[in-house]
Design a binder for this molecule. Sequence first.
Ligand code: GDD
Ligand code: MN
Length: 365
Amino acid sequence: MTDLVSPQLSVIVPSFNERGNVAALVAKLDAALKGIAWEVIYVDDNSPDGTWKAVKQIAAADPRVRCLRRVGRRGLSGACIEGILASSAPYAAVIDADLQHDETKLADMLSALREDRADLVIGSRYIGGGSADSFDRARMGISLAATQIAKKLLRIEASDPMSGFFMVRRDRFEGLAPKLSVHGFKILLDVLATAKGTLRVVEVPYVFGSRVHGESKLDSMVALDFLGLVLAKLTGDLVSLRFLLFASVGALGLIVHLVALYFFLNAIGLDFGRAQASAALTAMTSNFFLNNFLTYRDQRLKGFAFVRGLLLFYFVCSVGLLANVGVAFSVYDNEPVWWLAGIAGAVMGAVWNYAMSGLLVWKRR
Ligand code: GDD
Ligand code: MN
């Protein structure tokens, strides 16, 4: 068994519906990494197109190829983290499955780490020699703006912290891993923000290519993920974007409630008690839709789970209202200041609704 060598480099490939790109990428890695002991680990989120089957088929004949098939989970950052942590090689790279990143840069990136010139090497579109020509102008603008915001707010110096192409010393990554977020897309930004300048970074330029097979999975919600990450890192993981979204939906619910109340009283002619109850039901329903669409977009409920979630949400909010009124009364008893009591009650209700919704309605499966 002397010809068995442990890999020096693990190449982690997050994949979702990339079947048509698997064989080509493995062949390209083989050509680009001659003379290096490497392995490739696909982390596939149970792609409906059977990407994982394509990988495992190649893996059956090539021991350098592995596939981590994840079921019941989705997410680019989480996939990259699990892939890196599943390897034991001293160096790990992350590269997209769709051939848009330039695998011929991997050897240079590895040299920088091996020669101990860096702990992290970033494939950058925004330094001399790099580019993102395949981006349309809108996406280019958004990407550059987000990069500037991230650099200013989080004090990041790298020119392309949103890159999905990088290589890292595994020991340094293992140290950061417990603090990284598995949600969202911006794994490198998270690594840089969490490391707080303790990593030596080198950037290697590359040209972001265009996709041949399949389609991009990044939609407009990526902007929300980005904001969430910046917010969490700025506040030391204290304020979550989820809570802010949930609270905003709640505030909007108040407006919905008043409009509905007006409608039920004046247009339908219900008595006040019925109109108020109907308005509350309307507001809860619209809050549920909005939260399911926005706040918990990564765990969106569908079909039977949607109906069940809606009923549970009514229940949670009703108890939340009792908590709200209860707290408001007890504050008012001690300190008869109407707005203070009102705010205390509303905060109690919001926190209760948020905590219980996360526990009962949109619980992680
Ligand atoms: N396992 C897993 N789970 N993989 C995913 C998921 C997921 O939920 N979503 C996307 N991927 C995989 C895709 O299959 C692809 O290999 C890679 O992650 C990037 O997804 P794309 O949908 O192709 O993203 P993009 O091309 O628009 O943007 C990429 O390149 C940018 C520039 O480097 C991403 O890597 C961005 O983060 C990056 O900024
Ligand atoms: Mn892509």
